[in-house]
Every structure is written in C-alpha cells, then in structure tokens.
Design a protein around this ligand. Structure first.
Ligand code: GUN
Ligand code: ZN
Length: 451
C-alpha cells in the first residue's frame, strides 16, 4: 500500500483515479519487494505541472477541494509515470524499416541521404510534429533525441516540444569526417553551432541540450576534444553518442584510434565519460569498459529492437545492472534502426535479449527500466519517472485489456506480475489510453476500451 502523500498548500486543478504502479527505488539493487508500489485504487492529483497528492483513493478523496474534476479510469487501467526513451533519432522517422543492411552500410544507404533533407527547416518541423505525436501516442513523455548536423533541425524539434510542454533533451549531430560532404560540419562550426543552441535552448521551458558527437568514426580526435571542452563549459548539459554497437564498427574505431585502449577509451580520453553521458547500445563492452561506465557515472541506453533489427547483438542487461558494479541503464527505441515507438514492444524485445543471455527480466524490473530507471540514467529521477508528490506530472494511463487477445489472456493472469508481463509481451500503442504532460492531457486514445 502506498503511503498517502500531499504537499503543503497544494492547489490541484485536476485528478485521475485508478490502479497506480510506481517505484521508490532501484529493484536491481534493492529488490522488487522494497521498491515496487502498486495501489489498486489510487488518486493522483496535480496542479502547476506537478503532482500534489498521491495515495489510496479512500484517503486522498477527502483532502481534495470539493468540485475538483476527477477522471476515473477504472480497474482495468494502469496509471504510471510517463515512459522515457533515452536514445532516438527523430530525423529517421521517415525511414523506419529500411531493408537489408547492418550498421555501417545502413548508415550509408539510408540514414545519410535521409538526414540531408533536414537542411530544410519546414521539412524538419513537419517530421518533428509527427515524431512527438507518436511519442505521446505511445506514452513517451521524455526522450533524449539526436537531430541532424543542421542546427535548424534542433530548432524544429525544440519548438514543437516546447509547444507541447514536454521535458526533452536533444542536440545537433557533430560529424566532421567519414560521411558525405553534404552532412559534414567542422570542428569550429560544430562547436559554434552547438554553443549557440545551448544558449538558446538549454534550461528554457523543460528543454535540455545534449552535445551530440554521432560516434567516434565520424569525428576527428580534434572534434571529440572540442566536444569535451564545450561540455566542460556547460557541464549540466547531456553528452550523447554511440558505443560498441556492431563488430565492424568496433574494428574500425581500433583502426582510427590505434593509441586508445578500446572504443570507450576514445571517449574517456576526450573527457566524455561522466554523469549525463548517455551511450547508445554498449552491447560488446568488455569488463574494464563496464567498470569505466560505473566509475564515471556514465549511462548506457539499451535499444533492443534496433539491436535485433540491425543484427548488432543482444545486450546483457543483467550483467550491466549487477549489484557489485551497477551501471546506469536506460531504455531506448533508437528509431529508425529501432522498429517501434512502443515502449511495451521495446520491453518485449528487452526480455528476449535478456533471455539470450540466460537472464530472465521480470515485468517489474522492465517497467522500472522504462520509467524511473531511464530517468535515473538521465539524472532526472528527482523530476520525472515516478508517481510521487512534487514530481512533474508526466503520466501515462494504460488499458490492461486493449485488444481481444490481451483481454482473453488477462482472464488467466494469476497476479500483478503476470498481468504486467502480458502487457509487455502482447501490448503496443493500443494499450495507451491517455498521456499527460505536466498535468495537461495531451493525448487520448478514443478507441481505447473498445474490446
Ligand atoms: N551509429 C552512428 N550513427 C547511428 C545511427 O544513426 N543509428 C544507430 N543505430 N547507430 C549509429
Ligand atoms: Zn542511435
């Protein structure tokens, strides 16, 4: 049972009612029994963008101002903190599901020609709108987003995210070699453009800037060093890049940086390993590299649908999270190598990746990863990722019987863990009933409940 929570002088303007699932800590460290909270009939009230009340409906109801609207989602729903996506490429939205290539060929054949189009701000804005609507439709309330080398693509994404009131991190890709000329910046222009974008966007509304060297092969040592210098000048920004995703990529990095111990060491050498560093993939990191991730407070974004789609491998989440040397791990869709905006579908693939490593990822651990765990990887678990008083009111409401087969399967669910596991095995965007951003309803699935 959750303990009822209120803040002093709460001024709720709306409230929702239904079963709530949330986490008070990290179940990989402390166990599910100490960290997972399920309240079968709860009220969550919000005002001023934050959660003002949370607890059993019977306790909270009497504390709310009379006449406050309370939307009752009913016992077949599940209220959770909004999902987070720690690694995604919004410009790749128009090319999801590109056939037949692994990472390096896929970049050349599909990604680079697509990203060229973002020199056109109008095109960038049109994709940003589609992208963020898909996020809302899938209950994603915060993402860490790669834009393109063109600064106007960052403006496009942030303008739309600001309009929706979303907490979003994003950045301009830095890339000064090993890509077509039409996509290259220089060390100086990359630094200048990124700095101007930081000054314009970082800390404005709920937006956060991510310094974004694409990956070691497309930046010279000089550009990586400049990214480290820029980050040092703006240490509360993020730094996002890719590491150890694909075997050919790793061999290429060895050729390009022969003096470094390994792939992660290329970044560490350039002062790019520390809190708020988000490294996509990390599938093939060795034990020393995992230790470096742990020691430096860097995070890995686990992107299972992408890793299967590109044939990159299967990340060992149990190894990364192990208690003796825990690494912060967030979940990522990695569109357009990733194949779904659905966090439930992504958890389904995370389960399979874990199985291939002989590790059984429980539903409880998986939902933690999709919410508070990813917020922890991004160092914003004091703001989002859980349902608690004072947290920002980014909330997803799931329908636990969103399709006929899920509804049927749920008749045989023995307990909560099984019910949650059914959602992540069979569920997708149809399971998302509503998404709230800072307490404002920004998406409602009109078809939800029509099973
Ligand atoms: N490595 C460098 N760029 C990319 C990208 O756009 N997607 C993925 N999955 N890996 C990358
Ligand atoms: Zn990526």
């Amino acid at each position: 049972m959750a303990v009822s929570q209120t803040i002093e002088n709460p001024t709720p303007t709306a409230a929702i009612r239904g079963p709530v699932l949330t986490f008070t800590g990290n179940p990989f460290k402390e166990g599910l029994e100490h960290t997972m909270v399920y309240e079968s009939d709860a009220i969550v009230a919000f005002g001023g963008g934050k959660i003002t009340h949370f607890g059993p409906a019977a306790d909270i109801h009497s504390q709310l101002p009379s006449g406050l609207p309370i939307e009752n989602y009913g016992s077949d729903s599940l209220i959770s903190a909004g999902f987070l996506d720690s690694h995604v490429h919004f410009p790749q939205t128009p090319m999801i599901g590109a056939f037949g290539a692994q990472l390096l060929d896929w970049l050349d054949a599909y990604v680079f020609p697509t990203e060229r189009r973002y020199a056109d701000k109008e095109f960038a804005s049109s994709v940003a709108k589609v992208f963020l609507q898909e996020c809302l439709k899938n209950g994603i309330t915060t993402s860490c987003v790669y834009c393109t080398v063109f600064p106007q693509s960052v403006d496009a994404l942030f303008e739309e995210a600001e309009r929706l009131g979303m907490r979003m991190a994003a950045g301009k890709v830095l890339m000064n070699r090993n890509a077509p000329d039409y996509l290259l910046d220089t060390t100086q222009s990359g630094y200048d453009d990124s700095k101007a974008l930081i000054n314009k966007w970082h800390g404005r509304s709920r937006l956060m800037y991510a310094i974004t060297p694409r990956f070691a092969p497309t930046s010279t040592a000089d550009q990586l060093e400049s990214a480290g210098v820029l980050w040092n000048e703006h240490p509360d920004c993020y730094m996002q890049t890719h590491v150890s995703e694909n075997k050919s990529e790793i061999a290429w990095v060895k050729e390009l940086f022969p003096d470094q111990k390994g792939y992660l060491d290329v970044y560490d050498h350039h002062k790019l390993c520390r809190p708020r560093a988000v490294f996509g993939h990390g599938i093939h990191l060795d034990d020393d590299e995992m230790q470096c991730m742990h020691t430096t407070g860097s995070a890995i974004s686990h992107c299972p649908t992408s890793n299967f789609f590109l044939g990159s491998g299967y990340f060992n989440v149990g190894r990364a999270m192990k208690k003796e040397r825990p690494v912060r791990v967030g979940l990522g869709t990695d569109l357009g190598a990733g194949t779904s905006f659905s966090i439930l579908a992504t958890l389904n693939e995370a389960y399979k990746a874990a199985q291939l490593n002989n590790y059984a990822l429980t539903a409880g651990h998986a939902y933690y990863m999709a919410t508070r765990g990813t917020a922890n990887a991004m160092y914003i678990d004091d703001k989002v990722g859980s349902i608690a008083v004072g947290m920002e009111a980014d909330i997803v409401v799931l329908n636990m019987k969103s399709t006929p087969i899920i509804k049927y399967r749920m008749e045989f669910a023995k307990d909560l863990q099984e019910a949650l596991f059914i959602q992540m095995t069979l569920g997708d965007d149809r399971a998302v009933q509503a998404t709230y951003i800072a307490g404002q309803l920004q998406y409602r699935n009109e078809a939800s409940g029509a099973t």
